[in-house]
Write a protein that binds this ligand. Sequence first.
Ligand code: F6P
Length: 320
Amino acid sequence: MKTIGVLTSGGDAPGMNAAVRAVVRTACEKGIKVIGINRGYQGLIDCDVRDLDIRSVSDIIHRGGTMLYSARCLAFKEEEGIKKGIANCKKLGIEGIVVIGGDGSFRGARDLSLRGIPCIGIPGTIDNDIVSSDYTIGYDTSLNTIMQMVDRIRDTVESHSRCIVVEVMGNRCGDLTLNAGIAVGATAIVIPEIQADVEQHVIERIRRTQKTGKKHFIVMVAEGIGGVDALAKKIQAECGVESRSVVLGHVQRGGSPTVRDRVLASQMGYRAVELLSEGVGNKVVVVKDDKIVDYDIYEALTMKKPVDISLYQIAHDISI
Ligand code: F6P
Protein backbone atom coordinates (compact mmCIF):
# COMPACT_ATOMS: atom_id res chain seq x y z
CA MET A 1 0.00 0.00 0.00
CA LYS A 2 1.51 3.34 -1.05
CA THR A 3 -1.13 5.83 0.15
CA ILE A 4 -3.73 5.67 2.91
CA GLY A 5 -6.33 8.12 4.20
CA VAL A 6 -7.33 8.89 7.77
CA LEU A 7 -10.54 10.50 8.98
CA THR A 8 -12.44 11.18 12.22
CA SER A 9 -16.21 10.86 12.15
CA GLY A 10 -19.25 11.25 14.43
CA GLY A 11 -19.07 13.00 17.80
CA ASP A 12 -15.48 14.02 18.53
CA ALA A 13 -13.69 12.49 21.52
CA PRO A 14 -10.54 13.39 23.47
CA GLY A 15 -7.73 11.16 22.19
CA MET A 16 -8.77 11.25 18.52
CA ASN A 17 -5.76 13.48 17.84
CA ALA A 18 -3.45 10.98 19.51
CA ALA A 19 -4.88 8.28 17.22
CA VAL A 20 -4.37 10.43 14.09
CA ARG A 21 -0.80 11.08 15.20
CA ALA A 22 -0.13 7.36 15.67
CA VAL A 23 -1.61 6.54 12.24
CA VAL A 24 0.46 9.20 10.47
CA ARG A 25 3.74 8.41 12.23
CA THR A 26 3.37 4.63 11.83
CA ALA A 27 2.57 5.00 8.14
CA CYS A 28 5.49 7.39 7.56
CA GLU A 29 7.79 4.91 9.29
CA LYS A 30 6.64 2.27 6.78
CA GLY A 31 7.10 4.61 3.80
CA ILE A 32 3.34 5.00 3.27
CA LYS A 33 1.94 8.41 2.30
CA VAL A 34 -0.96 9.70 4.43
CA ILE A 35 -3.82 11.91 3.29
CA GLY A 36 -5.91 13.54 6.03
CA ILE A 37 -9.61 13.69 5.12
CA ASN A 38 -11.38 16.65 6.75
CA ARG A 39 -14.84 16.42 8.41
CA GLY A 40 -15.22 12.67 8.17
CA TYR A 41 -17.03 11.13 5.22
CA GLN A 42 -18.25 14.57 4.13
CA GLY A 43 -14.64 15.47 3.32
CA LEU A 44 -14.30 12.27 1.29
CA ILE A 45 -17.39 13.21 -0.76
CA ASP A 46 -16.19 16.82 -1.18
CA CYS A 47 -12.53 15.85 -1.73
CA ASP A 48 -11.60 18.12 1.20
CA VAL A 49 -8.17 16.67 2.02
CA ARG A 50 -4.60 17.56 2.97
CA ASP A 51 -1.30 15.71 2.94
CA LEU A 52 0.03 14.79 6.38
CA ASP A 53 3.63 14.10 7.36
CA ILE A 54 5.37 13.42 10.66
CA ARG A 55 5.52 17.13 11.51
CA SER A 56 1.85 17.80 10.63
CA VAL A 57 0.87 15.85 13.74
CA SER A 58 3.29 17.54 16.17
CA ASP A 59 1.85 19.08 19.34
CA ILE A 60 -1.57 17.43 19.11
CA ILE A 61 -1.22 14.45 21.45
CA HIS A 62 -2.45 16.50 24.41
CA ARG A 63 -5.28 18.31 22.63
CA GLY A 64 -8.98 17.44 22.78
CA GLY A 65 -11.17 17.65 19.66
CA THR A 66 -9.78 16.50 16.34
CA MET A 67 -7.39 18.32 14.02
CA LEU A 68 -9.20 16.64 11.10
CA TYR A 69 -12.59 18.02 12.23
CA SER A 70 -15.58 15.75 12.39
CA ALA A 71 -19.13 15.42 11.05
CA ARG A 72 -22.10 13.09 11.02
CA CYS A 73 -22.53 12.59 7.28
CA LEU A 74 -26.00 11.46 6.21
CA ALA A 75 -25.04 11.58 2.50
CA PHE A 76 -22.59 8.71 3.04
CA LYS A 77 -25.49 6.42 3.97
CA GLU A 78 -26.69 6.73 0.36
CA GLU A 79 -25.21 4.83 -2.59
CA GLU A 80 -24.51 8.09 -4.42
CA GLY A 81 -22.41 9.42 -1.53
CA ILE A 82 -20.43 6.18 -1.28
CA LYS A 83 -19.78 6.25 -5.06
CA LYS A 84 -18.46 9.83 -4.85
CA GLY A 85 -16.19 8.78 -1.96
CA ILE A 86 -14.80 5.85 -3.92
CA ALA A 87 -14.24 8.02 -7.01
CA ASN A 88 -12.26 10.50 -4.88
CA CYS A 89 -10.19 7.67 -3.36
CA LYS A 90 -9.28 6.56 -6.90
CA LYS A 91 -8.48 10.15 -7.93
CA LEU A 92 -6.23 10.69 -4.88
CA GLY A 93 -4.64 7.23 -5.00
CA ILE A 94 -6.01 6.32 -1.54
CA GLU A 95 -5.78 2.52 -1.24
CA GLY A 96 -7.03 2.14 2.34
CA ILE A 97 -8.53 4.31 5.10
CA VAL A 98 -8.34 4.41 8.89
CA VAL A 99 -11.73 5.52 10.25
CA ILE A 100 -11.79 6.83 13.83
CA GLY A 101 -15.34 7.05 15.19
CA GLY A 102 -18.36 5.12 16.47
CA ASP A 103 -20.67 2.43 15.17
CA GLY A 104 -22.19 4.68 12.47
CA SER A 105 -18.70 5.43 11.18
CA PHE A 106 -17.86 1.72 11.10
CA ARG A 107 -20.87 1.09 8.83
CA GLY A 108 -19.34 3.55 6.34
CA ALA A 109 -15.99 1.74 6.69
CA ARG A 110 -17.69 -1.58 5.96
CA ASP A 111 -19.45 -0.13 2.89
CA LEU A 112 -16.13 1.13 1.52
CA SER A 113 -14.33 -2.14 2.32
CA LEU A 114 -17.00 -4.15 0.51
CA ARG A 115 -16.51 -1.94 -2.56
CA GLY A 116 -12.75 -2.38 -2.73
CA ILE A 117 -11.31 0.30 -0.41
CA PRO A 118 -10.10 -1.61 2.66
CA CYS A 119 -10.82 0.26 5.89
CA ILE A 120 -9.85 -0.23 9.51
CA GLY A 121 -12.10 1.21 12.23
CA ILE A 122 -10.84 2.57 15.55
CA PRO A 123 -13.44 3.14 18.32
CA GLY A 124 -13.46 6.85 19.18
CA THR A 125 -16.42 8.09 21.22
CA ILE A 126 -16.94 9.20 24.82
CA ASP A 127 -20.02 6.95 25.10
CA ASN A 128 -18.18 3.59 25.38
CA ASP A 129 -21.01 2.15 23.33
CA ILE A 130 -18.92 0.14 20.86
CA VAL A 131 -19.89 -3.32 22.01
CA SER A 132 -16.85 -5.06 20.52
CA SER A 133 -14.43 -2.99 22.62
CA ASP A 134 -14.04 -2.88 26.40
CA TYR A 135 -13.06 0.80 26.10
CA THR A 136 -13.39 3.50 23.49
CA ILE A 137 -11.02 6.42 22.98
CA GLY A 138 -12.36 9.43 24.93
CA TYR A 139 -14.38 7.48 27.50
CA ASP A 140 -11.82 7.73 30.29
CA THR A 141 -11.28 11.47 29.76
CA SER A 142 -15.01 12.09 29.74
CA LEU A 143 -15.51 10.05 32.93
CA ASN A 144 -12.87 12.12 34.69
CA THR A 145 -14.43 15.36 33.45
CA ILE A 146 -17.87 14.32 34.70
CA MET A 147 -16.39 13.36 38.07
CA GLN A 148 -14.64 16.73 38.39
CA MET A 149 -17.76 18.67 37.40
CA VAL A 150 -20.00 16.78 39.82
CA ASP A 151 -17.43 17.11 42.62
CA ARG A 152 -17.77 20.89 42.16
CA ILE A 153 -21.54 20.68 42.14
CA ARG A 154 -21.35 18.61 45.35
CA ASP A 155 -19.67 21.53 47.17
CA THR A 156 -22.63 23.82 46.63
CA VAL A 157 -25.24 21.09 47.01
CA GLU A 158 -23.78 20.21 50.40
CA SER A 159 -23.65 23.86 51.54
CA HIS A 160 -27.36 24.30 50.75
CA SER A 161 -28.60 20.82 51.76
CA ARG A 162 -30.02 20.32 48.28
CA CYS A 163 -30.51 17.54 45.78
CA ILE A 164 -28.97 17.84 42.32
CA VAL A 165 -30.15 15.78 39.37
CA VAL A 166 -27.37 15.54 36.76
CA GLU A 167 -27.93 14.51 33.14
CA VAL A 168 -24.93 12.69 31.69
CA MET A 169 -24.16 12.03 27.99
CA GLY A 170 -23.90 8.56 26.54
CA ASN A 171 -26.52 8.29 23.83
CA ARG A 172 -28.30 4.99 24.61
CA CYS A 173 -25.44 3.64 26.72
CA GLY A 174 -25.34 4.07 30.53
CA ASP A 175 -21.60 3.38 31.04
CA LEU A 176 -20.66 7.03 31.64
CA THR A 177 -23.55 7.53 34.07
CA LEU A 178 -23.00 4.31 36.02
CA ASN A 179 -19.24 4.63 36.43
CA ALA A 180 -19.23 8.36 37.10
CA GLY A 181 -22.17 7.80 39.47
CA ILE A 182 -20.11 5.38 41.54
CA ALA A 183 -17.12 7.74 41.47
CA VAL A 184 -19.16 10.67 42.85
CA GLY A 185 -21.10 8.58 45.36
CA ALA A 186 -24.49 9.24 43.77
CA THR A 187 -27.50 8.29 45.88
CA ALA A 188 -29.37 7.15 42.78
CA ILE A 189 -28.24 6.17 39.27
CA VAL A 190 -30.65 5.85 36.35
CA ILE A 191 -29.50 4.20 33.12
CA PRO A 192 -31.45 2.98 30.08
CA GLU A 193 -30.20 -0.62 30.39
CA ILE A 194 -31.97 -1.12 33.74
CA GLN A 195 -35.73 -0.84 33.45
CA ALA A 196 -37.30 0.85 36.45
CA ASP A 197 -40.02 3.25 37.38
CA VAL A 198 -37.59 6.17 37.44
CA GLU A 199 -39.45 8.47 39.83
CA GLN A 200 -40.35 5.70 42.24
CA HIS A 201 -36.80 4.31 42.22
CA VAL A 202 -35.13 7.68 42.83
CA ILE A 203 -37.58 8.82 45.49
CA GLU A 204 -37.28 5.53 47.38
CA ARG A 205 -33.48 5.83 47.31
CA ILE A 206 -33.56 9.40 48.63
CA ARG A 207 -36.09 8.62 51.39
CA ARG A 208 -34.00 5.66 52.49
CA THR A 209 -30.90 7.86 52.65
CA GLN A 210 -32.75 10.68 54.43
CA LYS A 211 -33.51 8.22 57.26
CA THR A 212 -29.74 7.88 57.86
CA GLY A 213 -29.45 11.64 58.44
CA LYS A 214 -28.05 12.69 55.05
CA LYS A 215 -29.26 16.06 53.79
CA HIS A 216 -27.74 16.45 50.30
CA PHE A 217 -28.08 14.10 47.36
CA ILE A 218 -26.65 13.51 43.92
CA VAL A 219 -28.81 11.75 41.33
CA MET A 220 -27.17 10.76 38.04
CA VAL A 221 -29.41 10.23 35.01
CA ALA A 222 -28.34 9.05 31.55
CA GLU A 223 -29.40 11.29 28.67
CA GLY A 224 -31.29 8.35 27.13
CA ILE A 225 -33.70 8.69 30.07
CA GLY A 226 -33.80 12.52 30.22
CA GLY A 227 -36.43 14.51 32.12
CA VAL A 228 -34.03 15.80 34.78
CA ASP A 229 -35.93 19.03 35.40
CA ALA A 230 -39.25 17.27 36.01
CA LEU A 231 -37.49 14.70 38.20
CA ALA A 232 -35.92 17.44 40.35
CA LYS A 233 -39.36 19.02 40.85
CA LYS A 234 -40.84 15.66 41.81
CA ILE A 235 -38.04 15.00 44.33
CA GLN A 236 -38.60 18.43 45.91
CA ALA A 237 -42.36 17.79 46.21
CA GLU A 238 -42.09 14.20 47.47
CA CYS A 239 -38.97 14.30 49.64
CA GLY A 240 -39.05 17.89 50.88
CA VAL A 241 -35.51 18.62 49.78
CA GLU A 242 -34.81 21.68 47.64
CA SER A 243 -33.74 20.33 44.26
CA ARG A 244 -32.04 21.54 41.09
CA SER A 245 -31.14 19.91 37.79
CA VAL A 246 -28.19 20.34 35.46
CA VAL A 247 -27.44 19.02 31.98
CA LEU A 248 -23.65 18.70 31.78
CA GLY A 249 -23.74 18.79 27.97
CA HIS A 250 -20.74 19.18 25.68
CA VAL A 251 -18.29 20.00 28.47
CA GLN A 252 -18.11 16.19 28.68
CA ARG A 253 -16.66 15.94 25.16
CA GLY A 254 -13.79 18.40 25.46
CA GLY A 255 -10.47 18.70 27.24
CA SER A 256 -7.02 17.20 27.21
CA PRO A 257 -7.08 13.39 26.97
CA THR A 258 -6.04 11.31 29.98
CA VAL A 259 -3.00 9.00 29.95
CA ARG A 260 -5.26 6.03 29.35
CA ASP A 261 -6.88 7.59 26.27
CA ARG A 262 -3.57 8.75 24.82
CA VAL A 263 -1.97 5.31 25.20
CA LEU A 264 -5.03 3.45 23.90
CA ALA A 265 -5.24 5.78 20.89
CA SER A 266 -1.55 5.29 20.13
CA GLN A 267 -1.83 1.49 20.34
CA MET A 268 -4.92 1.39 18.15
CA GLY A 269 -3.56 3.80 15.55
CA TYR A 270 -0.35 1.77 15.31
CA ARG A 271 -2.20 -1.54 14.88
CA ALA A 272 -4.61 -0.11 12.30
CA VAL A 273 -1.74 0.86 10.00
CA GLU A 274 -0.01 -2.49 10.55
CA LEU A 275 -3.18 -4.22 9.32
CA LEU A 276 -3.61 -1.98 6.28
CA SER A 277 0.07 -2.41 5.35
CA GLU A 278 -0.48 -6.19 5.45
CA GLY A 279 -3.34 -5.72 2.98
CA VAL A 280 -6.00 -6.45 5.63
CA GLY A 281 -9.23 -4.39 5.63
CA ASN A 282 -12.82 -4.53 6.86
CA LYS A 283 -11.67 -4.80 10.49
CA VAL A 284 -12.04 -2.86 13.72
CA VAL A 285 -9.17 -2.58 16.17
CA VAL A 286 -10.46 -2.89 19.74
CA VAL A 287 -9.32 -3.55 23.30
CA LYS A 288 -10.40 -6.81 24.93
CA ASP A 289 -9.12 -7.92 28.34
CA ASP A 290 -6.30 -5.35 28.12
CA LYS A 291 -5.13 -6.63 24.73
CA ILE A 292 -5.38 -4.90 21.36
CA VAL A 293 -7.19 -7.28 18.99
CA ASP A 294 -9.14 -6.98 15.74
CA TYR A 295 -12.53 -8.20 14.57
CA ASP A 296 -14.36 -8.28 11.27
CA ILE A 297 -16.49 -5.11 11.09
CA TYR A 298 -19.73 -7.00 10.54
CA GLU A 299 -18.99 -9.30 13.48
CA ALA A 300 -18.15 -6.28 15.65
CA LEU A 301 -21.36 -4.46 14.70
CA THR A 302 -23.56 -7.41 15.61
CA MET A 303 -22.00 -8.15 19.03
CA LYS A 304 -23.98 -7.51 22.22
CA LYS A 305 -22.60 -6.09 25.48
CA PRO A 306 -24.67 -6.74 28.61
CA VAL A 307 -24.69 -4.07 31.30
CA ASP A 308 -22.42 -4.80 34.28
CA ILE A 309 -25.11 -5.67 36.83
CA SER A 310 -22.52 -6.24 39.58
CA LEU A 311 -21.35 -2.64 39.20
CA TYR A 312 -24.93 -1.41 39.45
CA GLN A 313 -25.41 -3.55 42.56
CA ILE A 314 -22.26 -2.11 44.16
CA ALA A 315 -23.56 1.43 43.55
CA HIS A 316 -26.91 0.44 45.00
CA ASP A 317 -25.42 -1.07 48.15
CA ILE A 318 -22.69 1.42 49.06
CA SER A 319 -24.24 4.77 48.07
CA ILE A 320 -26.41 5.30 51.10
O1 F6P B 1 -21.70 10.22 20.68
C1 F6P B 1 -21.22 11.20 21.51
C2 F6P B 1 -22.34 12.11 21.97
O2 F6P B 1 -21.77 13.13 22.76
C3 F6P B 1 -23.48 11.44 22.71
O3 F6P B 1 -23.18 11.20 24.06
C4 F6P B 1 -24.60 12.41 22.50
O4 F6P B 1 -25.83 11.73 22.51
C5 F6P B 1 -24.32 12.97 21.14
O5 F6P B 1 -22.96 12.71 20.86
C6 F6P B 1 -24.56 14.44 21.00
O6 F6P B 1 -24.34 14.78 19.67
P1 F6P B 1 -24.23 16.25 19.10
O7 F6P B 1 -22.92 16.83 19.54
O8 F6P B 1 -24.31 16.08 17.63
O9 F6P B 1 -25.37 17.03 19.69
